[in-house]
Design a protein around this ligand. Structure first.
Ligand code: G3H
Ligand code: 13P
Ligand code: ZN
Length: 309
């Protein structure tokens, strides 16, 4: 099966009350671990590439890695640009084999966000590519953009209908209290489900996206700290909150930090237990296996998309 867009997978996810996992990739082990979990659980997948990942691994390498994965399995897989910060990077990904792009102009005022998003939508739709946009700002760090907690703001539900109708965007990322990275909450984690409900009331049947949705799985934080790492205060989104979001209008849940933690935990543990190893395959194989385990866990216990391919 060739790469697909997210259209069909979101439609089924919305109707079925589950969500699709969007996992960030920047090397072969991540692609393989995620796809192996997808095969094992017969789940649709979104593999996403940030601007930083594209700079690190290079566009063509990532596209070919994902294409190789698609040839290895018969799953619906979308290749998505994560947090495109302008028309040029979105265009490069539309022209260069991606089936979905995110234009993240959420840092701009409303009218400018609409203008930039609409330009990307026009270009992408003419070429059969779908577009995600964002309204509201998440706290945290994406590439070079560091949004402080004070600067982050929840999505205003009264803006969403106008935004979607004037841009023609296919899905919308909203800010309801999640944030990027491994340090998401200082106190008790809380998500604004009232905002999600109001957004979905105003946009019936419309796919909503949740960024910053790693749970910062305590088992991996514990291993990292046990083998010399330091992550005091690490905290993510509790899984039951994500499950609730997935049963509502949220059709895409973005997960990156949990994969990073799993890889780091596996590598640290392996090298500690095998101090003489220096062949990268010796520690990258357990890292790949850890990615597969995390993704399997997410597909079954968080997203509910196992068996939905
Ligand atoms: O939203 C951010 C993703 O986790 C990507 O992170 O920009 O460091 O590749 P990155
Ligand atoms: P996490 O940092 O919570 O994994 O979020 C990833 C993300 O939103 C990618 O766009
Ligand atoms: Zn994000």
């Amino acid at each position: 099966m060739p790469l697909v867009t997210t259209k069909e997978m979101f439609k089924k996810a919305y109707e079925g009350g589950y969500a699709i996992g969007a996992f960030n990739v920047n090397n072969m082990e991540l692609v393989q671990g995620i796809v192996e979990a997808g095969i094992e659980n017969n789940a649709p997948l979104i593999l996403q590439v940030s601007a930083g990942a594209r700079k690190y691994a290079k566009h063509n390498y990532l596209v070919h890695l994902v294409q190789a994965a698609v040839e290895e399995c018969n799953l619906p897989i979308a290749l998505h640009l994560d947090h495109g910060d302008g028309f040029d990077i979105c265009k490069a990904c539309v022209d260069g084999g991606f089936t979905s792009v995110m234009i993240d102009a959420s840092k701009y005022p409303f009218e400018q966000n609409i203008e930039i998003t609409r330009k990307v939508v026009e270009y992408a739709h003419e070429r059969g590519v779908v577009v995600e946009a964002e309204l509201g700002k998440l706290a945290g760090i994406e590439d070079d953009v560091n949004v402080s907690a004070e600067d982050s703001c929840y999505t205003h539900p009264d803006e969403v209908e106008e935004f979607v109708s004037r841009t023609g965007v296919d899905s919308l990322a909203i800010a309801i209290g999640t944030s990027h990275g491994a340090f998401k909450f200082k106190g008790t984690p809380r998500l604004r489900f009232d905002i999600l409900e109001e957004v979905s009331r105003r946009l019936p049947q419309f796919p909503i996206v949740l960024h910053g949705a790693s749970s910062v799985m305590p088992e991996y934080v514990k291993i990292i700290e046990q083998y010399g790492g330091q992550m005091p205060g690490a905290q993510g989104v509790p899984e039951e909150l994500l499950r609730k979001a997935a049963s509502m209008a949220v059709c895409k849940i973005n997960i990156d930090s949990d994969l990073r933690l799993a890889v780091t935990a596996a590598v640290r543990k392996h090298l500690y237990e095998n101090p003489t190893h220096f062949d990268p395959r010796q520690y990258l194989a357990p890292a790949r296996e850890a990615v597969k385990e995390v993704v399997s866990h997410k597909l079954i216990h968080v997203l509910g998309c196992n068996g939905k391919a």
